[in-house]
Structure formats: structure tokens, C-alpha cells
Design a binder for this molecule. Sequence first.
Ligand code: COI
Length: 390
Amino acid sequence: MIQRTSALRSLLGPLRVPSLSSKISEYNWYTSQAASSLQEVIIPCASSLSGDDEYADVDWDNLGFGLTRADYMFIMKCFKDESFQKGQISPYGNIELNPSAGVLNYGQGLFEGTKAQRTEDGRILLFRPEQNAMRMKRGAERMCMPSPSIDQFVNAVKETTLANKPWVPPPGKGSLYIRPLLIGSGPILGLGPAPEYTFLIYASPVGNYFKEGTAPLNLYIEEEVVRASPGGAGGVKSITNYAPVLKAITKAKGRGFSDVLYLDAVNKKYIEEVSSCNIFVIKGNLISTPATNGTVLDGITQKSIIEIARDHGYQVEERRIPVDELIDADEAFCTGTAVGVAPVGSITYQNKRIEFKREGQLVWQELYSTLVGIQTGRIEDKKGWTMEIN
Ligand code: COI
């Protein structure tokens, strides 16, 4: 596959992709975006792959969560009221959209995130991609879109990963982040479902999501901006859930915090979710996480950690967590595909900073180590969560 796709790239030659933004320092603020990926990037053709041809020419030691364009993307289209048939791998590049595309005008779109990891013995593993496929299906139903079948989704993720194999980081250096999108690409002027849909997957090697790396995060509880409300789309991965929180993130980062923890929209009393990840709090043997009841995204890392924690003998509750409970918590941590598992060192609420345990034996570390062990093949996968694709 690599030879076939590399040959295609050799024929096409290097692609020049225009810069997304020149405001590097501002962009860095939100994640650990690598500055280099904001410049004009020349996607390497086969001849510019690193010496052994197994890896792309990337500074693997300095990956953040910035876009480093992998060579190929997957694309598949279908009309409204029809189903997706067959897609194809093509070189990564801009896509053309009608100015009146549903996604541009009315936000009819979903995204997913999943990762491929390289094991010590050189295999490549996906982690529960069928869960992303199922979540996209649920989201598509909410957003009135046709969605790929579970098999189509998983096969497309496999094909995209194989085509971009040189971009899967060496063991221990990060992972290939795979981003499936489902968008209303057809033109529509009046408010309604678009007449045509595009399912697309692109990929980028990534390291840590937060600039803090693995150091504890300092979260800020937002009391004005809400992320989701009952009856809305907070429980699915709609693209419309993300831009509206940028204002709150910007405010929190401006005050030196890592990210924002949102409260429920009705009572402003229960903790729900961080901008890009789920949250857990620990008290003794009890691990709690906000229930995914429609306003909280059902995270795949979240549900994996719940299962691992129960296997390790912890009691896990998915429930409403009053913000006042944070004062008594021992530890807190965040989970997400992009984020992985990230410890929380403090949460600030109404000008009071609540500190959590940062040293000694930490529960989050125990759970994280098992999760990453399974994802990277270091620990035997007895759950059937990983999918080897080479
Ligand atoms: C992911 O964890 O994959 C996400 O979708 C979060 C995103 C905001 C980076």
C-alpha cells in the first residue's frame, strides 16, 4: 500500500499548502500547536521520506497538537436520502465547497477523532474505531445526515491509516490522530438538510494536546458561557459545539488557566465537561464522572477508563456531580482522544482555587498506564479494543 500510494505522490510531486495563519503565538495558546505546521508546508513526496523510508521526515521529539499534514485523505460522497457507496484515497489537499453548502451556512457537520499507535515491535494498532463509527451514526441521526455504515467507517479509517503509515510516530513519540468529518456539502439557501454529504478523513501525527504536556492542568469554572443545554446537540460531536466555547477558553487562558470546565445550563450547579474532554473526580475508592445524559459527550476514552477502573477494583459512578463536591475530592483528571488522560492540579470556582493531589501514588496514573499499555500493545488486550492493521 505504501509503495502504491508513494508512487502516486511521486507522480503528483510535492503539494504546496498555503499558511493557515501567521499569528503563531496566538494559535499556540489553545493547544501545544507546533509552530512549524503553521508555515507553508511542503508535503514530502516519497523521495523526501527519511532514510529508512519507513518514517516521514518529521521532528518526532517535538510533536504538539498541531497539524502536520499526512499525505492522504479519504473521501466519499452521497446524496440526501441515499446511502454512501464507495470512497477513495486521494492526496491531502483543499476541498471545493459551494458557498451555500449546508455546513458553511448552518453548521450541519460532525467530526470524530481516533488514533493509530505503533507498538514496540512495529505493528500499528487502532483503538476502538467502531465506537467512533457508532457515535457518528448517532450524531448523524441528530443532525439529519446520512452516515457511513460501521464497516464503511472502520474500513475508511484503516485505509487512511495504511496510506499514511510513514506518519504514524515511532513508539513512545506520539500517535497518528485521525479526523473523520461528515458534512452537509451540498448547496441550500433556506434552512434544511443539505442535498449532498461528504464523509472525509484526514490525519496528522500528534504529541500532547496541552502545552502543559503531562503536567497537571489548572481549570477554570465558567459561570456565564454554557457548552450545552438540554435538547441541544452537546451529547453528539457536532461541529457547532466547539466555536461557541472559544470565548470562554480565551478568557480563561488570558488569566493563566489551562482550560475551562463548564456547568450545566439549567442549575449552574453540576459540572459537565471541559472544552475538549470529559472530567473525572476521585474520592477514596470512588471515581465519579458526569453522566452522559445528552449535554455531555459520551467519550470513548471516558468509557474505556470507566471499565479499566472497575477492573482495578474502584467503584465508578456516572452521575450528576455538584460543583461543591470538588472541595472534598482527592484527585481529578480529564479524558479524551486528543487529550488522552491528563491530570488536573487545580480547579478555580468563584475565585477559590481547589487543589488536588499531585504527588505520591496517583490513581489517574495507574488507570492511564493501563490504557496506554493496551493502546500501544505493551499490555495484552483481553477486551478486543485494539485493531491491528498492517
Ligand atoms: C478529540 O478528543 O478527538 C476531540 O475531538 C477534541 C477536539 C476538540 C480536539
